[in-house]
Write a protein that binds this ligand. Structure first.
Ligand code: ZN
Length: 312
């Protein structure tokens, strides 16, 4: 079974008119996953809130205090006009990180084979003491630390196929050589990082693969079936986390990559195969970007289809 960790708090984080990171992103996904074809196949679970000390796995106490204060004076911005907050944003951000923690615990306890968290705010640009690129707390990095601190699972593969480089995740975890962080992203593009890799002899580290604008499915699959597979087969992960951004879709307004909705099925299928091979299929995936609502909902459904296929 595949778990879906969703909560209405995700729509109370309001970013204002005209901002691409809108509450309708998650409601579009949820509406699609509530369709008849998914009846009885998904486990819908209400995620808990992350505790402040869990957010501190990655972020400074002073930053958390600043997030609380800024949300209290909302509408306001965190660090840049990219990151507007409303009075519900702090709770939404805690719930988003909490969704991944709930998902990780659920997978380890055997409640679900794998899980998808359609959360907002997203997380992969969030830095130690700074909001960035629509992200407040780095949900996936917090989940990786939770795997280590709570479950003693150290060898973690993180696959990030969002069109933007996961600068926050890399910055937070790159000193941690037990983790293999793979990012495939458009370059040149926001935020401008992710040009070089740093791999260790035991195969952990950071594998960044920048792709030129106009790249399509075959270019992506070549990297995933080649470079990434070779690295993963040396690394042999004990858990797989996915930063699932769907903004490399050909119809997305914030990227120039030409993936089809079905590409997200095929990429997920391979990530799941890694998990089946090395860690009994343990995968937790979280929503990052994706800004064309139709393309986002369709791509996320293909992503969940691949998780379901594996989780039967
Ligand atoms: Zn993105």
């Amino acid at each position: 079974m595949t778990g879906i960790l969703y909560h209405e708090d995700f729509v109370t984080h309001s970013t204002g008119m005209g901002h691409p990171e809108q509450p309708s992103r998650v409601t579009a996904i949820v509406e699609t996953l509530k369709k008849e074809k998914y009846n009885g196949r998904l486990v819908w679970d209400g995620p808990r809130l992350a505790a402040e000390e869990e957010i501190e796995y990655i972020h400074s106490e002073s930053y958390i205090k600043r997030v609380i204060k800024t949300c209290e004076s909302a509408p306001d911005y965190l660090d840049s006009y990219d990151n507007p907050v409303s009075d519900g944003s702090y709770q939404a951000a805690l719930r988003a990180s909490g969704a991944l923690l709930t998902a990780v615990d659920g997978v380890i306890e055997g409640k679900y084979t794998n899980a998808f968290c359609p959360v907002r705010p997203p997380g992969h640009h969030a830095r130690h003491s700074m909001a960035m690129g629509f992200c407040i707390f780095n949900n996936i990095a917090i989940a990786a630390r939770h795997l280590k601190n709570k479950h003693n699972i150290h060898k973690i593969l993180i696959v990030d196929f969002d069109v933007h480089h996961c600068n926050g995740t890399e910055e937070s975890l790159s000193g941690d050589n037990d983790i293999l962080l793979f990012s495939i992203h458009q370059h040149p593009h926001y935020p401008g990082t992710g040009m070089s890799s740093k791999l260790y002899s035991h195969s952990g580290g950071v594998l960044n693969v920048p792709m030129p604008p106009g790249s399509a499915e075959e270019d992506y699959m070549k990297v995933i079936k080649g470079q990434l597979s070779d690295q993963v087969n040396m690394f042999m992960p004990d858990f797989v986390l996915i930063s699932a951004g769907f903004d490399a879709h050909k119809d997305d307004p914030l990227g120039d990559i030409l993936l089809e909705s079905e590409t997200f099925y095929r990429m997920t299928e391979i990530a799941v195969e890694f998990a089946n091979m090395y860690c009994d299929g343990k995968v937790v995936s979280t929503l990052e970007g994706g800004y064309n609502l139709d393309a986002l909902a369709e791509s996320a459904a293909f992503h969940v289809d691949a998780l379901l296929e594996a989780g039967k």
